[in-house]
Each structure stands twice: as C-alpha cells, then as structure tokens.
Ligand binder design. Structure first.
Ligand SMILES: NC(=O)c1ccc[n+]([C@@H]2O[C@H](COP(=O)([O-])OP(=O)(O)OC[C@H]3O[C@@H](n4cnc5c(N)ncnc54)[C@H](O)[C@@H]3O)[C@@H](O)[C@H]2O)c1
Ligand SMILES: [Zn+2]
Ligand SMILES: [Zn+2]
Length: 368
C-alpha cells in the first residue's frame, strides 16, 4: 500500500514528506493507522547524528492508533483495537523481560539498526529500503510494527493524548518514580523542563515530593513548569543550587533528573553538586556518542554515597505502565492535554521541530 511519511535522507537535512510504499504486516506484526505522533527530541538526534542510525529512515517513535490488519501468528490483537506504540519493544521471554526489566529487553538492540526484527524492511521509497525509528516510524499515516511494540488500551481512549505515553510521558514519569525512586517529602530537581522534563515533574508530584525545582534557561518553560507541579524554578543549575540549599537547610536534593535537550558531560557535575547524601543523579537525556568524559567530585561520591544512574524509558514496564498512566489521566492526576502546545499537519513537521528548537513547545503533535 501507499502511505504518506516523513523521511530523513541525510544528516543535517530537513524531514521530507512523501508518498512511499509500505509492505503488509509479516509474521508477528500488525498494520497500524496512526491517530497522532508526538515530536520528541530524540528524532532531532537522528538529524544531528547523536543517535547514529542508518538512513534513510521514517522518523517518529511516540504514537498511538488503531489496528487495521493483522499478520500471521498474532492471536491476542484484533482489527480496530486501539493501541499505544511503545518505543522499546519487549519480547516477554528474554532474561531481562523475565525479571520485569522490559525496558532493557534484548530486542532493544534492533532500535539502532533500521529494519524490522527479521532484518527486512517494510518501507520503501525512491527504489531504496527505508528504516523505522525504534521499529515504529510514527511520522507516517500507516506503519507496520511488531507485536512486541504494541500496548493494547481500552476502547474509547483519547488516542491523540495517549500518543505521548509512547515515549515522553512514560520516560519522564518513570525517570522520577522508577529510576529516581522519589519518595513522599523528597526534594527533586528537574534539569530541563521540556517534553520529558515536564513529565518528570508530574511523576515527582504524584510520588509526593515536597519541593520540585524546575531548571530551564527558557522563561516560558519555567512558567509552564509550575502548572505541572514545580514548586520553584531557576534559570540555571547554579541558581538552583542556592534555592535548593535554602529550602533544605543545606541538605540538598534527594534526586536530580537530567532531561536537557542533550546530556553534556559538564551537566553531570552540576547535577551531582545539587544532590546531598545518598542523592541520585538520573541521566535521561541522550549524550553525544563520542563524549566519554564527565567531571564530578569523586570524593563527594564516596563520602556522601552519591549515585549516577542512567534511565532508559524511565526504567518503565510498558505493558504495566501505559495503562496505569492512562488511568492517572482519567482520574485527573496526570496532565496530558496541557503537554500539547501546538498541532501540525505531517507536511509541516519541520515547523514543529523549529518550534521545539526555539523553546516554543512543551510538545508538538502531528495529528493525522
Ligand atoms: N532515556 C530515554 O529513554 C529518553 C526517551 C526520550 C527522550 N530522551 C531524551 O531526553 C532529552 C529531552 O527530550 P525532550 O523531548 O524533553 O526535549 P525538549 O527539547 O522538549 O526539552 C529539553 C529542555 O532542556 C532545556 N535546556 C537546554 N539546555 C539546558 C540547560 N543547560 N539546563 C537546563 N535546561 C536546559 C531546553 O530549554 C528544553 O526546555 C533528549 O535528549 C531526548 O533525546 C531520552
Ligand atoms: Zn522519545
Ligand atoms: Zn525481552
């Protein structure tokens, strides 16, 4: 079949929207008609090369839609089922899935490759095979994905809002609730109040944090952060240190979650300085692949038992957490509508990324 999709053909180029070919679903796969896709910063990393995957690729890894065709060997999904696509597949059988650490499923290795799990491609354009961002490619009206990437949700779910749970909401919420293990009464710093950071703020609020300090150089982000639960804001990590030190009488924060546009080595030192004894620094933002140096006080790490921990998908378990987050939305505890700052047609995707780079969006959304 034909579908309209946004493709990246080379580093530093713009997204190109064109009509391309899409194969029917193979064994263990389904064809999904997308309702909406979020514009996560990770697709921008494809453009800059910070996430080095083979090109061309159909971008997008934060989406939701409806199943329209089912491949062989799929027996637990039906046509018309509403689904959230999860950017991390889980097989349910590998050693990590068996332990419930589904965000680290062995299938994750396929994320940086391009083709589907069997090594063949579903999208084709201009005579070439085209990869899928995170096995998904949600910048397309239709896509074929493995069942390992699908979470079935209740009929009637607002799929446009649910799209954001495919990456940003789950990653941010999980970074606070699961990776940082925020407890009632904690003081939490969120470094970078964008699409992921706002959800780390929401996670910290729902977990019962006493103080949540949002740090962002952009005034609009600081203003909006209060809506999601920030009790204090600061324009820089240095300014935040003064705020946190005063609030905690020098004990400093219990955790600092790094959700900046890019993870820089230097930010890690600032983040470690913001947390106190047993404090955790959570690295959620994606760093440059060639950057291997961080500067931080090793003495403080030992004497104060500080920790640095990476967080992939907020250490979440999609089959459990996606429906749970929708329930939190339905009970009014998790804000989703407020995350969507602007909506775009697929044809205007480059405007959406321009707005993100310029700090105008919490999240941009493509509605199909
Ligand atoms: N670990 C994961 O599983 C995972 C999943 C999704 C996204 N990510 C990554 O998370 C990061 C954030 O993504 P996003 O979609 O929220 O991006 P975004 O562009 O919406 O937000 C980034 C925010 O960081 C702010 N910022 C920039 N420099 C800063 C600084 N020095 N101090 C404080 N704030 C600063 C920006 O103003 C912006 O508000 C990206 O690197 C993305 O690739 C990781
Ligand atoms: Zn993402
Ligand atoms: Zn697995």
């Amino acid at each position: 079949m034909k579908t309209k999709a946004a493709l990246l053909w080379g580093l530093g180029q713009k997204w190109e929207v064109e009509e391309i070919d899409l194969d029917p679903p193979g064994h263990g796969e389904v064809l999904v008609k997308l309702t909406a896709s979020g514009l996560c910063h990770s697709d921008e990393h494809l453009v800059t090369g910070d996430l080095p995957i083979p090109l061309p690729v159909v971008g997008g890894h934060e989406g939701a839609g409806t199943i329209v065709e089912i491949g062989e060997g799929v027996d637990d999904l039906e046509i018309d089922d509403p689904v959230v696509l999860t950017f991390l597949p889980s097989c349910g059988r590998c050693s990590y899935c068996a332990r419930g650490i589904t965000n680290l499923c062995d299938l994750g290795a396929a994320l940086m490759m391009g083709p589907q799990l069997d090594g063949t491609y579903r999208f084709h354009a201009r005579g070439e095979d085209v990869g899928q961002m995170c096995l998904l490619g949600t910048f397309s009206e239709y896509t074929v994905v493995p069942v390992a990437s699908v979470v079935k949700v209740d009929k009637g779910t607002a799929l446009d809002k649910a799209a954001l749970i495919g990456c940003g909401v789950t990653t941010g919420y999980g970074s606070a609730v699961r990776s940082a293990e925020v407890k009632a009464g904690d003081t939490v710093v969120v470094l970078g109040a964008g699409g992921i950071g706002m959800n780390a703020i929401q996670g910290a609020r729902i977990a019962g944090a006493r103080y949540i300090v949002a740090v962002d150089p952009v005034e609009y982000k600081r203003k909006r952060a209060r809506e999601f639960g920030a009790t204090h804001v600061a324009p820089s990590a240095d300014a935040a240190w003064k705020v946190v030190s005063e609030l905690t009488r020098g004990q400093l924060a219990d955790s600092c979650i790094m959700t900046t546009d890019v993870a820089e080595g230097a930010y890690t030192g600032s983040a470690l300085a913001l947390v106190g004894k047993r404090g955790k620094v959570i690295i959620t933002a994606i760093g440059h692949p060639e950057e291997t140096t961080i500067t931080a006080s090793l003495l403080e790490m030992t004497l104060y038992e500080k920790q640095i921990r990476g967080a992939l998908y907020g250490s979440s378990n999609a089959q459990h957490d996606v429906p749970r987050l929708l329930e939190l939305y339905n009970t009014g505890q998790l804000k989703l509508d407020e995350l969507i700052t602007r909506e775009y047609r697929l044809e205007d995707i480059n405007d959406g990324y321009e707005d993100m780079r310029e700090g105008r969006n919490i999240r941009g959304l493509i509605r199909y």
